[in-house]
Design a protein around this ligand. Sequence first.
Ligand SMILES: Nc1ncnc2c1ncn2[C@@H]1O[C@H](COP(=O)(O)OP(=O)(O)OP(=O)(O)O)[C@@H](O)[C@H]1O
Ligand SMILES: CC(=O)N[C@H]1[C@@H]2OC[C@@H](O2)[C@@H](O)[C@@H]1O[C@H](C)C(=O)O
Length: 402
Amino acid sequence: MNKNINALYQIAQKETRSIIGLMSGTSLDGLDIALCEISGSGQNSAVKITEFETIDYSEDIKTEIRKVFAKKEIDFQHLVMLNEWIGILHAEMINDFLKKRNIPASQIDLIASHGQTVLHAPKFLHQQEKFPNATLQIGDGDHIAVKTGIITLSDFRQKHIAAGGEGAPLAVYGDYFLFGKKGENRIMLNMGGIANFTFLPASLNSEETFVTDTGTGNTLIDLFTKHYYPEKSYDKDAEIAKQGTINQLLLNHLKDDAFFRQEFPKTIGPELFSAEYVKAALAKSTPDTISPPDLLATLTRFSAETIAEAIQYAVSHSNSKLEDFKIYLSGGGTHNPLLVQWLKELLPCDFHKTDELGISGDAKEAVLFAILANETIAGDDFNFGSHKGIPSVTMGKISLPQ
Ligand SMILES: Nc1ncnc2c1ncn2[C@@H]1O[C@H](COP(=O)(O)OP(=O)(O)OP(=O)(O)O)[C@@H](O)[C@H]1O
Ligand SMILES: CC(=O)N[C@H]1[C@@H]2OC[C@@H](O2)[C@@H](O)[C@@H]1O[C@H](C)C(=O)O
């Protein structure tokens, strides 16, 4: 037997697996690295995060990714080179992460790498009948496996599409396994560049469970903060938005898009929620100019209202009312006090953070990929029924170090 296959066979039978989960999201802020000890699988999974770090992307990395990020037309050679380069950089970041902590690579069973999303084009966005839902994450897993010497699973989203999904959101698998609680209606709301939530009904009926993106989370806030204040990469603690006033007319135009009228589940990215999207809404408004603080207040409100309305809609189709739901927040948007304050005003739910459930909100998405890898290597069959958007498949391609 090939020794790597034998190693995988042994890993699958261990009681506890050490898995490094990696996530670099649409905010392009850096690589989240979560070292997890995972025992069991499926609904019997238990996770302990033993180490976590976000390694910031340098300006050079951000600039190179932005050349292709969410763009329709790009330099193709640049994308091909980037695919290799990001894989190498992520591998080096893991090696540094382990070295800093004196953890030998031999102690790690698996790496689960999301890669860097460069384009997400569900059918709703590309509107080309003969083409399927499409998404692309770069940073090839082979580089990570060879450079770290650790078996690596990567490129999780393609199988999801192959089995009928849009390639996202994958959060539902981790949320259902780790946070589903019988007798408690829970909404796991992640506010990253894009916001999404998993609806976990008290029945824990997998047919009623679903996950959807709601639209922009921090993407537009970040974009226009950088535009008007080049020295800042985001509106820290909503300091700028707090000084502004919501422009109701602009807000109405921002909310007037077919995406918000689409049924759940749906996914989206910065391909739609771009500078052009905001400029088009502004052009329809009078006056068609706005001060930066007013724009940031309006964009923050746009995120808050579209998240709240998606949750109100989901709950209105259940047997329960908003007051019966606990909302668990995660993702960078949790640190935006204005966004959270408005959500609390709009939704009479009971607000918490995933940290209270033992998983830090900043690490949650990296942990998700560790959970998905754990399922692929050691999980039993699981069944989300026939529910659209949650295919019952394992995900991730396996790269062997030798
Ligand atoms: N103190 C803060 N005040 C306001 N916003 C903050 C603060 N801290 C983080 N953020 C926001 O969180 C963002 C990073 O969020 P996160 O790391 O969850 O995004 P991501 O993982 O890249 O996104 P996605 O989940 O869409 O892939 C920052 O770009 C910023 O907008
Ligand atoms: C294509 C892609 O990278 N989508 C991300 C993005 O960031 C948030 C939201 O949009 C979500 O749908 C997804 O990531 C998380 C980890 C998910 O799949 O659940």
